[in-house]
Design a protein around this ligand. Sequence first.
Ligand SMILES: O=C(CO)COP(=O)(O)O
Length: 247
Amino acid sequence: MRKKLAAGNWKMNGLKGDLHEVSALIEAHPHPKCDVLLCPPATLIAGMSMTAAGRIAVGGQDCHMRSSGAHTGDISAQMIRDAGGSYVILGHSERRADHHESDVIVRAKTEAAIEADLVAVVCVGETEAQRDAGETLTLIGNQLKGSLPDHASAANTVIAYEPVWAIGTGRTPTLEQIAEVHDFMREQLIKRFGAEGDGMRLLYGGSVKPSNAAEIFAVSNVDGALVGGASLKAADFGAIIEALAAS
Ligand SMILES: O=C(CO)COP(=O)(O)O
């Protein structure tokens, strides 16, 4: 049985003063029936970990593929661990676009994350042009193949399907479209990883809100969400957590 996961990606948002949202979330949802993860900017990982005190998980939004060295501005998976993080988002479409991260790079980073005992949340997803061209499943299959190392397992890897055109736009795929991609990903993962592939959690991401969370969580092979904007406010993220716990 896969344990559901509500994950929040704060992206480049959040100052120390915003950590009260985390306290409010924990106070309002003291015993969530699903795993809860927040990934703040690197500057807040340590502070958020202190605030969370183990009651929710904290993670990074990226890591370097090496454990240390002359890489100005980067942080390693070990550093995220050291700051109290236990997860890291990798291959987000914003990083694939802004920093030209290829599947080969995402795979190397995923290996580094697993080596440092972090759970990798590996993101895949098509652009609108790719969907219109009928390339969605081929693209997703290739991203999964290229971004995951052979030792990816249910314990060390989570997959997030985030259609690029649904991120921050208020637009979401139909429930049938989400089911099609999630069922396809499950089939591909089982083919390659067997029972481990069956155990990997598959998150949907892209304009998840309190108002659409329940219907998305009812879709087959959706084990949770990776939430951007709506994870910044305790009230909104809390409502999404409750919808997931009830699903
Ligand atoms: O990119 C996302 C999470 O990683 C989704 O962002 P939004 O929920 O703001 O659309």
